[in-house]
Ligand binder design. Structure first.
Ligand SMILES: [Zn+2]
Length: 373
């Protein structure tokens, strides 16, 4: 049976959600509203204690709804926070179905379109008494801050082994099945201060040593599967002092987890070598923000998505993304998921927009995924 999506209700609910301020670490009002909406749909809702762990004011919401189909639950995931400028958002609906921000903030279709689509999909199924499988929903906090909300979520409460993360731009039917490991690093090179005019020989320029190292390390797209970027550099205190410290910050992304760490090792070797040559020293701090995953296009979770999209008339394309999402944390916790297009365009800008029609199509796909055997 084909689910009938109520586009007007979907648009109304999207606009209401957009009107709620929900910056990363400040999702309290959104979490309260979504808790109420989920409960109204029949979900049992649990908020975790991540607010305390990540110094936000709301936790991740995890909700479960029983289903009539005797199948394991499916997890639907979206994030509650929106990027800056995030305060005072208003959704402006154009006559052609386009919905944009008022121009002075983001719209928040990333990722509130997905939130509204998930709620509408379940509302339509329940209302039309269409048998669906058990549903689990994860609405995360602080996804835009390198998925820190999902990183502290206790995945042992999740029964689903397959998931659809609705958090991707592009045409309906597009989904990411591959994403990178992301490492960030801070290298501090230490030299020796001296007067630049009277005794430059007695100094060791930390800036010069850092610059030499940076020049020797391949950066940019270092392979088809990996990137390396030096993002910020800071050093020195005055033009007449040989600088005794220089801090370089950057990141590495690689679709191959092991290769990300190889690139990091090479980077360390180069800094070590250059510092030896210059009589400088260095220290490095590194963090792995998330690990890579690759869900094969033949995996059941991907094949189900293809079947449902094709049946509804949408071509499917699986892509590799160079961005992370909550799906990296799902993968790290043994849940196989793909990141599906969720009707967001121009995200992370004030020109962000969506289309009612597209949101309805995604809601429909989501509903059918829950019914598909
Ligand atoms: Zn997003």
């Amino acid at each position: 049976m084909k689910t009938i999506i109520n586009s007007q209700r979907l648009l109304d609910s999207f606009r209401e959600l957009v009107a709620i301020d929900s910056p990363s670490f400040g999702e309290r009002a959104m979490a309260d509203e979504l808790t109420a909406r989920l409960k109204k749909l029949g979900f049992a809702v649990w908020e975790d204690d991540s607010a305390r762990k990540i110094h936000g004011n709301a936790g991740n919401l995890f909700a479960t709804l029983p289903g009539k189909l005797d199948m394991p639950p499916l997890l639907l995931c979206a994030h509650m926070d929106t990027v800056a400028p995030a305060l005072g958002k208003r959704a402006v609906a154009e006559p052609d179905g386009r919905v944009r921000s008022a121009g002075d903030t983001v719209l928040g279709a990333d990722d509130l379109a997905a939130v509204a689509e998930i709620l509408e999909a379940v509302a339509a199924l329940e209302e039309q008494k269409i048998p669906h499988r058990p549903v689990e929903v994860l609405f995360s906090v602080a996804e835009e801050a390198y998925c820190v909300g999902a990183s502290v979520f206790d995945f042992s409460v999740v029964r689903a082994r397959e998931a659809y993360v609705l958090d991707y731009d592009g045409a309906v039917g597009t989904a990411a099945n591959q994403a990178p490991t992301l490492l960030d690093f801070t290298v501090t090179v230490r030299g020796k201060a001296s007067h630049a005019g009277f005794a430059p020989e007695k100094g060791v320029s930390a800036i010069s040593a850092a610059a030499q190292a940076i020049c020797r390390i391949p950066a940019g797209r270092v392979s088809p599967e990996a990137t390396l970027n030096f993002g910020t550099i800071q050093g020195g205190t005055a033009t007449n002092i040989v600088p005794d410290a220089c801090t370089v910050r950057g990141e590495i992304r690689s679709l191959d987890d092991g290769y990300a760490f190889t690139l990091l090792d090479n980077l360390k070797d180069t800094f070590r070598q250059v510092c030896q040559e210059n009589g400088a020293e260095f220290e490095i701090r590194e963090r792995c923000l998330f690990h890579a995953y690759h869900v094969p296009a033949e995996a059941p979770v991907a094949r189900r998505y293809r079947r449902v999209c094709n049946r509804l008339g949408h071509a499917v394309s699986f892509t590799a993304t160079f961005g992370g999402s909550d799906n990296n944390w799902l993968a790290a916790n043994g849940i196989q998921g793909i990141v599906a297009a969720s009707a967001m365009h121009g995200c992370h800008t004030c020109g962000e927009y969506t289309y009612v029609q597209e949101m309805a199509e995604i809601a429909q796909i989501t509903a059918e995924l829950l019914c598909e055997r």
